[in-house]
Design a protein around this ligand. Sequence first.
Ligand SMILES: NC(=O)c1ccc[n+]([C@@H]2O[C@H](COP(=O)([O-])OP(=O)(O)OC[C@H]3O[C@@H](n4cnc5c(N)ncnc54)[C@H](O)[C@@H]3O)[C@@H](O)[C@H]2O)c1
Ligand SMILES: [Zn+2]
Length: 320
Amino acid sequence: MALVDAHLPVVQAERLDSYLRDIPRLIVPRGEGSKTLSHLEGFANDLLALGLGRDGLLVALGGGVTGDLCGTLAASYFRGIPFIQIPTTLLAQIDSSVGGKVAVNLQGAKNAMGYFHQPRAVIADLAFLDTLEAREKRAGFAEMIKMAAIADESLLDTLESKLDSLLTKSGAELEAAIERSCILKAKVVEQDERESGLREILNFGHTLGHAVESSGLEPTWLHGECVALGMVAALSLGDLLNMGESGMLARMENLLRAADLPVRLPRNLSPERILETLSHDKKAREGKSRWVLLENWAQPRWGLDVPEKALLQVLDQLRS
Ligand SMILES: NC(=O)c1ccc[n+]([C@@H]2O[C@H](COP(=O)([O-])OP(=O)(O)OC[C@H]3O[C@@H](n4cnc5c(N)ncnc54)[C@H](O)[C@@H]3O)[C@@H](O)[C@H]2O)c1
Ligand SMILES: [Zn+2]
């Protein structure tokens, strides 16, 4: 049985058919709104009605939303059945399909109900990316920059030097960058599957990123766009706290600007609102948010508490 993002039959009908043939498809409505317990229940009832047993297999075909929903379904249906990920967005190919975290959202709490449930296989077919909107591709690219920043400076060099080609073509260069990103993420996950330590480095840029994402900002920003700004915030904090090597912030800002990703806070989002959202972050401990900062490229430190004064100063800087 397959869960398929609703937009794929519109833009990738042939490719979809070639993967699924006559496997029954359940259509997942587009967007984050599908990652809910009620969708989970609805799809579980569909599987039951269609006669899928505990020996069944699920296939997720779509972006991170479909992958997360399908993975959560697979992890819970009859206490867990296997699933395969066929990610169709750049973000899903390099990030959400790798590592086994699957979840749905509760109201106001992203990814609050979920599991660690590894897919049996991940098939990243670059041809799916041909129909992806440019803005979605750039948002996925932000996660690639994150992976490079925390784990591989040579990947960062590549992202800078091949930027145009990576953002506009689906050729060998993009394939190599996707493969490298997946290997880097898998290496981290292998060492700390359940995020009791090292895996936290994958949250670089996500502390502020999540706060912006769940701040109620209108018009909304994509996850990767929030992460882009979050990386600038983390490097600015590093500068302020004399932690990172000099020049890192400027290099990151240049790359993000070149990729047309945001590096400044929107005017209509106040530092107070961000601070409030940060204290509700699910990764916060005792109301204090936890940060990943970089001592240098590929030298992250995680689980850091940051003085509120420094944070306010950085937020102010990011509004200018
Ligand atoms: N599990 C994890 O480890 C993990 C990691 C990062 C992000 N996530 C989750 O991933 C989700 C974001 O993923 P996303 O950015 O892929 O979003 P998404 O699944 O909403 O897809 C983005 C958009 O692209 C469309 N789309 C998908 N494939 C397409 C294609 N081939 N051509 C044209 N359009 C296509 C979708 O219809 C959607 O409108 C979030 O819910 C986030 O929480 C999970
Ligand atoms: Zn992310």
